[in-house]
Write a protein that binds this ligand. Structure first.
Ligand SMILES: C[S@@+](CC[C@H](N)C(=O)[O-])C[C@H]1O[C@@H](n2cnc3c(N)ncnc32)[C@H](O)[C@@H]1O
Length: 303
C-alpha cells in the first residue's frame, strides 16, 4: 500500500507492517493523510495544517512526551519515535491500535450498531478486561461524549455525559495505516520528565503540555486525575533547558501569556501563533486567539 503523508511517500507492507520512505521532501503535499483517531482538548491538527514550516524535516529520534491525539506524530510519521502520555487509558488505545487494530475496529463497529443514549451510559459504566475492548470503549466514548472531553471522577471513572455527535465510525478512520505508522514507535505511560531526559543531540521533541499560566488554571489543565500545575510548568521549563543544552531540537507550544513567555525567556525563539477559535468568536478577538511556539536549537535559518 502506498500512502502520502507529511511530505513523504511511504510504502506500508501489510505483512510485516513496516513502512519505507520511497520519495521524500514533496513540498507540494501539505495535507496529512493520517488523521488522528481521537478528538483531544488542545489537539494540534490546526498546527500541522497551518504551521508545517515549524516542523524540522531532518532529525534522528522523535519524542512526543504529551501525546494526546498525536496530531504531530501522525503528520510527521517519523521512522523512530518515543510517544508518551501520563494518561494510561489513552496510551492503551495506541498500543492496541498498533497490535490489534482489527479487534479494536470490530468492537468499535459493535458500539456503532448499538449506540443510543441508554447504551452510552451502560457502556460508560462497563469495566472491560481485554485491552482491545478498553481501547474500543475509549474511542467510542471519545467520539460520542460531550465535546470529546476526557474527565474522570475521584475514583478514576470516566464521567463525561453523552454529547450531540452520533458518529462512532468516521470517514477518516484508517486503523490499519495508523497501526502501520505506530509499528516502530515506543509507547509509554509516563510523566514528561524521564521521557525528555532520554533525548539526545539531533533528536527532535515536540512538546505540547497542558496550558497553564502563573495565576490561572485554564480549561485544558485537567486531562486526567492529576492537574498540571504551575510547578509542573516550571519543572518542564527546567527539563527543556537540560534537553536544549544537550542539543535536542525542540518545538514547544504553550499559552500566549506573559508568565509563560517570562518562564521560557532566553530559551530559543518565541513565535506567536494565531488560530481560529469558536470560543473567542464573540470577543474582541474576532474569533482569533494566539498561542506561542518556542523554537529551540533551530539554528540561524528562520523556519
Ligand atoms: C495539550 S494535550 C496534548 C495534545 C496533543 N499534542 C494533540 O495533538 O492532541 C496535553 C497532554 O498532556 C498529558 N499530560 C498531562 N500531564 C502530564 C504529565 N505530567 N506528563 C506527561 N503527560 C501529561 C495529558 O494527558 C494530555 O494528553
Amino acid at each position: 500500500m502506498i500512502r502520502l503523508g507529511g511530505g513523504n511517500i511511504f510504502q506500508c507492507d501489510a505483512d510485516d507492517n513496516s513502512r519505507k520512505p520511497l520519495l521524500s521532501m514533496l513540498d507540494e503535499i501539505s495535507e496529512p493523510i493520517l488523521v488522528p483517531f481521537l478528538k483531544w482538548a488542545g489537539g494540534k491538527r490546526w498546527l500541522t495544517a497551518n504551521y508545517t514550516h515549524l516542523f524540522p524535516t531532518q532529525f534522528n529520534k522523535y519524542f512526543e512526551p504529551f501525546l494526546g491525539s498525536g496530531a504531530a506524530f501522525f503528520y510527521l510519521r517519523p521512522s523512530e519515535a518515543i510517544l508518551s502520555d501520563a494518561n494510561a487509558e489513552l496510551v492503551n488505545v495506541y498500543d492496541q491500535i498498533r497490535a490489534n487494530w482489527k479487534l479494536v475496529e470490530l468492537a468499535l463497529k459493535r458500539h456503532s450498531r448499538n449506540h443510543d443514549e441508554i447504551y452510552y451510559y451502560e457502556e460508560r459504566g462497563r469495566k472491560h478486561r481485554a485491552k482491545h475492548e478498553k481501547a474500543a470503549q475509549f474511542l467510542y466514548l471519545n467520539r460520542t461524549c460531550w465535546n470529546g472531553l476526557y474527565r474522570v471522577n475521584l475514583k478514576g471513572k470516566f464521567n463525561v455525559p453523552i454529547g450531540t455527535k452520533d458518529a462512532v465510525l468516521l470517514d477518516t478512520d484508517d486503523f490499519e495505516e495508523a497501526s502501520c505508522a505506530l509499528q516502530k514507535a515506543t509507547l509509554s505511560t509516563n510523566d514528561f520528565e524521564p521521557i525528555l531526559s532520554l533525548a539526545k543531540k539531533n533528536d527532535f521533541a515536540f512538546v505540547d503540555p497542558p496550558y497553564v499560566t502563573r495565576h490561572n488554571f485554564n480549561g485544558f489543565a485537567k486531562y486526567n486525575d492529576k492537574i498540571f500545575s504551575w510547578t509542573d510548568q516550571q519543572r518542564l521549563a527546567q527539563a527543556i533547558r537540560t534537553a536544549a543544552l544537550k542539543g535536542v531540537q525542540i518545538l514547544l507550544t504553550n499559552a500566549d501569556h506573559p508568565s509563560v513567555r517570562k518562564l521560557y525567556a532566553g530559551l530559543g525563539r518565541q513565535v506567536t501563533l494565531k488560530r481560529h477559535s469558536v470560543l473567542a468568536a464573540d470577543s474582541e478577538n474576532r474569533g482569533e486567539i494566539t498561542e506561542i511556539a518556542i523554537l529551540i536549537n533551530y539554528g540561524a535559518s528562520p523556519p
